[in-house]
Design a protein. Structure first.
Length: 107
């Protein structure tokens, strides 16, 4: 049985989360990201990178605000800065919602 494209894409999601210090706020971002990726076929890799410990990463990755989430895989690379408190909004912002056709809705 072949997997749908959505299942394949969701099975290989890779994020980098850039934070300024490991605190409750950065832990919440990681938790919300995991909630946004929940699913029976989801394999998620989340790297939390502290810019206080590795300041060179800010310039290397052009980080201008924190927390910042980069979705590295599946392509294209997406950047997200801002309110990450709602997993459903986060999922939509990171372009991880299934298409209307797969949900059974009208295109």
């Amino acid at each position: 049985m072949a997997s749908s494209p959505e299942v394949v894409a969701m099975s290989q999601v890779h994020f980098q989360v850039f934070v300024l210090g490991r605190d409750a706020r950065s832990a919440r971002v990681e938790q919300q990201l995991r909630l946004a990726c929940e699913g029976p076929h989801a394999r998620v890799r989340i790297e939390v990178l502290d810019l206080l410990e590795q300041p060179e990463l800010a310039e290397e990755h052009d980080i201008v605000a924190t927390p910042m989430v980069l979705r590295l895989h599946p392509p294209p690379v997406l950047r997200l800065v801002g309110d990450m408190s709602d997993p459903h909004t986060l999922r939509a912002a990171l372009d991880m919602d299934p298409s209307p056709a797969t949900r059974g809705g009208n295109p």
